[in-house]
Write a protein that binds this ligand. Structure first.
Ligand SMILES: Nc1nc2c(c(=O)[nH]1)N[C@H]1C(S)=C(S)[C@@H](COP(=O)(O)O)O[C@H]1N2
Ligand SMILES: [Mo]
Length: 448
């Protein structure tokens, strides 16, 4: 489907005046900046509706003015140039269904807790993307010998003295024929919260490498040294002892997604009536294909294969379902995905310092009893009244929920305060103790 020029202009104007629709069931991890998580009900949709798609940005969302927007391409290229939006739209069009998952999806489950947004399962979606092949744009510029990484800059401005969110892809992934610059999502212009007018889509890779509000591409002859590349989004790549400090030299960039299934329904802790019960979910992986999902209703003693939904896309997720006849009792239910590279979803989650790539086999507890079907109780976040120094030092940049969802011990909180000071927070020496006392209320505990 091709959108007319008129609908593009309407969308462009709309993005300046109206907020994107956000479903009322979205889990608000942070109001300011906006970080929203898809609820479990989102795993019922093959294509994730835009209003149920998770939102994650490090700074405030950018409002891009289309009257001046251009894409600049430069760095280690034969011929630097700029493209207008119309020129981009006249280039050959590429479409892909692809899963977009935040590297930190599932962070809230790690023990011990690690700093960052405490996502459970919903920092993921499956979308239909349309745009141009990134390789076509890079070919127009002509990569020079020695090109190694391709740097993407968006229009979002950092808060305080935070480093800018800038990310690269290695040349091989940037030149991969499936890597794209997308201007449409699910057949409509990219919503503002998801990067209007243009974002990177690197299918199979975690979405920290999918910059939004794109306006500049720079080809580099070496690794980029910015914070979000050289420090953040790194993983030990092997098992490490939970809670240990890992030598930064051993940390490698997060790239491919790992094979993973999520049980979307029933919810953990639900009660259902005896008889036919359908267990459903979604499964995906990085650059391979999901080949099967196995379900156990007896805590992993025996396994049966689930039905995988029909899907021909290379990078989309597979919806799956499993039908069981359940008599009254309590069931520990697991769902485990396998992919064509021979990778299996692990039964134990290996810990890492930033809480990336959570993909352990999911488990729910289900009660089967005569009578009414009940959903588990959803615990509301407690209302907190932060003391004045927290309001003055922390809340100018972000909302209080960024604090209250954390599960950090005192030394971890000390390090977070030091980081925030480096990023421009004004913390008077006299207030530090009061601030830390408040922060320490949000200590180690299981997430709800
Ligand atoms: N410009 C810009 N692009 C960005 C980010 C950002 O903060 N700024 N966040 C990244 C991260 S960490 C993720 S998980 C995805 C989230 O995309 P979404 O908000 O469309 O779900 O965008 C990526 N692209
Ligand atoms: Mo992310």
């Amino acid at each position: 489907m091709n959108l007319s020029r008129r609908s593009w202009l309407v969308a462009a104007a709309g993005s300046l005046f109206a907020a994107d629709p956000v479903h009322r069931d979205m889990i608000v991890r942070s109001k300011r900046p906006e970080d929203f998580e898809m609820p479990f009900s989102g795993f019922q949709h093959y294509l994730t509706p835009a209003d149920l798609l998770f939102v994650r940005h490090h700074h405030y969302a950018a409002d891009v003015d289309m009257s001046t927007w251009k894409l600049s391409v430069g760095g280690l290229v034969e011929k630097p140039f700029t493209l207008t939006f119309e020129q981009l739209r006249r280039m050959p069009r590429l479409e892909h269904i692809a899963v977009m998952e935040c590297a930190g999806n599932g962070r809230g489950n790690f023990e011990p807790g690690v700093p960052g947004l405490q996502w459970r399962s919903g920092a993921v979606g499956n979308l239909q993307w349309a745009g141009v092949r990134l390789a076509d744009v890079l070919h127009m510029a002509g990569l020079k010998d020695g090109s190694k990484h391709v740097l993407f800059d968006g229009a979002d401005e950092p808060m305080g003295t935070m480093p800018k969110f800038q990310r690269t892809l290695p040349v091989a992934k940037a030149m991969h024929p499936d890597t794209m610059l997308a201007y449409e999502m699910n057949g409509a212009p990219l919503p503002r919260l998801h990067g209007f007018p243009l974002r990177v889509v690197a299918p199979g890779w975690a979405s920290d490498g999918w910059p939004k509000w794109l306006r500049q591409i720079t080809v580099l002859d070496k690794e980029f040294e910015g914070f979000f590349e050289a420090t953040a989004y790194r993983h030990p790549g092997a098992a490490v002892a939970p809670g240990s400090a890992v030598d930064p030299k051993l940390m490698r960039p997060v790239e491919k997604l790992r094979v993973k299934s999520v049980i979307g329904a029933p919810l953990d802790g639900a009660t259902v009536a005896p008889g036919a019960v359908t267990i459903t979910g979604a499964a995906w992986t990085g650059e391979a294909q999901v080949v099967s999902v196995a379900v156990s209703i007896d805590a992993g003693r025996t396994w049966k294969v689930a039905d995988l939904g029909h899907d021909t896309s290379k990078y989309g997720w597979r919806l799956w379902e499993y039908h069981a006849e359940l008599t009254p009792g309590y069931y520990n239910i697991l769902a485990r995905a396998f992919d064509s590279s021979g990778d299996a979803q692990p039964l134990t989650q290996e810990w890492n310092p930033s809480g990336y790539l959570w993909n352990v086999t999911p488990q729910i507890g289900l009660r089967v009893a005569e009578g009414a079907t009940t959903a588990p109780v959803v615990v509301q976040a407690e209302a907190v009244q932060p003391p004045a120094p927290v309001k003055a030092s922390c809340l100018p940049c972000h909302g209080v929920e960024v604090i209250t969802q954390q599960r950090l011990n005192r030394p971890q909180w000390e390090r977070e305060v030091d980081k925030m000071v480096r990023w421009g927070a004004q913390v008077p020496a006299d207030d530090r103790a009061t601030i830390l006392e408040f922060l320490s209320r949000f200590g180690p505990r299981p997430i709800r």
